[in-house]
Design a protein around this ligand. Structure first.
Ligand code: ADP
Ligand code: MG
Length: 278
């Protein structure tokens, strides 16, 4: 008897269903589970209507919060990555890149190479899809949950130069050591300032065997000494970059010019009838 009356008084102290509901809302607010708090009324309503078990109800509610957290983290990684375009591996046209190992690109798309700190070097003339593939790899890495950052060789060199002047060298080096994947686009396009070689070398050296770099270049490795203005640093940098790496050579016609030729062809076809001899 005593036990029953205790139980009754305990339930009474907790209050009615309405106040229990308010307490639950309060717990969710304190724990900052905002998505779960917002979904609570509809989840409870569906749970009652569909006679969900308590476990199923809790699972549904927490799944809402987990989905919201994952979406927020993905958006954060995406913002941090600074992807210059929305290019993905899925919209890369392999027919336009004969000789490129499609299976290897697919394999890279799984991001397994990031676990062994393997580097990827994309070498080829302008317009052959190097940046597209590099950004596609970055996109895949962001979606797989890896902290990723995309920059160009010229931008990296300029930031390091500025950091050295402003006394922020070690902070900047730590920044470039941080992401699991660092994409350095366009090595060789623009002339680099004198101290760029040592900045790039330090970035490569501190990531060596720890985290991956995807680098794109229009210059063959034999020309890197010239690109960096220092053959010794270029050799030391290449040594580290290539030690554990996948090198992809892209050649053939520029995709940009291909588009351009196709457009010309369309225009030619469109105006052709007026040119037909009478
Ligand atoms: P690169 O960096 O080698 O100079 P980009 O990757 O910038 O060349 O390619 C130039 C343009 O052509 C981009 O808009 C890119 O998306 C597109 N492109 C290049 N190759 C392909 C391809 N095989 N499939 C689809 N788009 C491509
Ligand atoms: Mg490019």
């Amino acid at each position: 008897m005593t036990t029953t009356s205790n139980r009754t008084s305990s339930a009474g102290s907790r209050g009615s269903a309405a106040s229990l509901y308010q307490q639950l809302r309060g717990h969710l607010a304190v724990l900052k589970l905002d998505a779960a708090a917002a979904a609570l009324p509809s989840v409870l309503e569906t749970a009652t209507a569909e006679k969900w078990t308590m476990t199923a109800t809790l699972e549904h509610l927490l799944k809402v919060e987990v989905d919201a957290t994952e979406a927020r983290r993905l958006a954060g990684r995406m913002r941090f990555a600074c992807l210059p375009t929305g290019a993905t591996l899925a919209d890369f046209d392999f027919d336009a890149a004969p000789g490129l190992d499609q299976a290897l690109i697919r394999e890279l798309g799984t991001c397994a190479y990031l676990e062994s700190a393997t580097n990827v070097m994309l070498v080829g003339p302008p317009g052959t899809g190097k940046t597209h593939l590099a950004v596609g790899l970055a996109h895949a890495a962001v979606h797989a949950g890896y902290r990723t950052y995309v920059t160009t060789a010229a931008d990296l060199a300029a930031r390091c130069h500025k950091a050295a002047i402003e006394g922020r060298w070690s902070t900047t080096m730590r920044f470039f050591a941080g992401p699991t994947l660092l994409v350095i686009d366009e090595l060789g396009y623009l002339p680099l300032p004198a101290e760029a070689a040592s900045a790039l070398f330090q970035v490569v050296a501190q990531r060596y065997l720890k985290t991956s770099i995807v680098i794109t270049t229009n210059r063959s490795v034999s020309e890197w000494g010239e690109v960096l203005g220092d053959t010794t640093v270029a050799a030391a940098m290449l040594d580290r970059l290539l030690h554990r790496s996948v090198v992809l050579k892209l050649d053939g016609d520029s995709y940009r010019l291909r588009d351009h030729h196709a457009r010309n062809e369309t225009h030619r076809t469109a105006i052709a009838p007026s040119r037909r001899p009478l």
